[in-house]
Design a protein around this ligand. Structure first.
Ligand code: MBD
Ligand code: FE
Length: 271
C-alpha cells in the first residue's frame, strides 16, 4: 500500500481505538510471555467462537458492561442496561389487553408486568412504545434456541392515556450460557459459573425523548450478585410478588397463583 492510499482511507477513530487494542494485547503478550502454541490456540478459539455464532455472546459477556458504563450518563432517568445478544427487531405489535406471544403449554409461572412511563418532570408519556423480550421458563430465547417458535415471548405495545402499561407473560428462568460452546468452555477454564440472573429486556421510546435500552431483575435471585456478565444495577431490581387468592388483582383475568412485578420508567428529554 502506498502512503497516498493509506492517507485517503484514514479513519482517525478506527485508527486510535484499533491501535490501542493492538497495543494492549501486545503488552499482555510481552508480560505473560505468550508462546506461539498459545497464540495459535487463541486464534483457534476465536475461530470456534465465530463458527458457533457466539461472537456477540462472548463480546457481551466480557466487554458489554464497559460499553454501557461509558455511554450511560446519570441524570435522573431510568438507568440503561445491556441490550445483550438476543434482541430481534420488529417484534409483533400487540393488541390490548397485552400478552407476549406464548405457546399453549408455555412452561413457567404467569407473570404480569405493569408500570408507567414518564418524563424526567414526572409527566406521563402517552403512547410510549415498549419493546419487551425475555428467556422462557427454561432459560431459552426464541430465534436462538431450536424448537422455540419465532417471536415467542417478544412483543411491542404502548402506554395508555395515563402513561400506564400492563402485559402478561411468564416468569423467565435464569439464563445459562451454553456449557458445550467455546464461551462456556472458556468460563469453565476460568472457574466461573454460567448464569445470568432471571431478567426482562426492554427498549422504550417516545418522540422527543432519548430511547432507553434496559433490563429488570428480581429481588432474591440467586445470581443477582454473581451475574456472569456483571450487568445488574440495584435500581433495576424489583420485587416479584406472588398472588395466590382470587380478587387481589381484580383486573387480572389469569389463573392463580400468578406473579406480578412493576416498574416506573423515566425517560430523558432529548437534548
Ligand atoms: C443474555 O441473556 C443477556 O441479556 C446478556 C446481556 C448477555 C448474555 C445473555
Ligand atoms: Fe438476556
Amino acid at each position: 500500500m502506498t502512503t497516498d492510499q493509506a492517507t485517503q482511507t484514514l479513519n482517525p477513530r478506527v485508527a486510535e481505538v484499533f491501535l490501542d487494542v493492538v497495543g494492549s494485547v501486545a503488552d499482555v503478550i510481552r508480560t505473560r510471555r505468550v508462546t506461539f502454541q498459545e497464540f495459535r490456540e487463541a486464534i483457534g478459539f476465536l475461530e470456534d467462537v465465530v463458527k458457533e455464532g457466539e461472537l456477540p455472546l462472548l463480546m457481551d459477556v466480557f466487554l458489554g458492561v464497559a460499553v454501557d458504563d461509558v455511554n450511560y450518563s446519570a441524570n435522573g432517568g431510568t438507568e440503561s442496561n445491556l441490550e445483550g445478544p438476543f434482541y430481534i427487531p420488529d417484534a409483533p405489535i400487540l393488541q390490548a389487553p397485552y400478552a407476549l406471544p406464548r405457546r399453549d403449554n408455555e412452561p413457567g409461572e404467569t407473570l404480569l408486568i405493569s408500570g408507567t412511563v414518564a418524563g424526567l418532570d414526572g409527566r406521563p408519556l402517552v403512547g410510549a412504545m415498549l419493546d419487551v423480550w425475555q428467556a422462557n421458563g427454561a432459560g431459552e430465547y426464541s430465534h436462538f434456541h431450536p424448537g422455540v417458535p419465532d417471536f415467542n415471548l417478544r412483543g411491542r405495545f404502548s402506554t395508555d392515556s395515563e402513561g400506564r402499561f400492563e402485559v402478561r407473560t411468564v416468569v423467565p428462568s435464569a439464563y445459562e450460557i451454553p456449557k458445550d460452546g467455546p464461551t462456556g468452555r472458556l468460563l469453565a477454564a476460568l472457574g466461573r459459573h454460567f448464569f445470568r440472573p432471571s431478567h426482562l429486556h426492554f427498549k422504550l421510546s417516545h418522540p422527543g425523548y432519548n430511547p432507553l435500552t434496559t433490563q429488570i431483575y428480581f429481588e432474591g435471585d440467586e445470581y443477582l450478585r454473581s451475574d456472569v456478565v456483571g450487568a445488574v444495577k440495584d435500581a433495576l431490581v424489583v420485587k416479584l410478588q406472588m398472588h395466590e387468592g382470587a380478587g387481589d388483582l381484580a383486573r387480572a383475568a389469569v389463573d392463580r397463583p400468578f406473579y406480578a412485578c412493576s416498574y416506573n420508567f423515566v425517560l430523558q428529554p432529548q437534548a
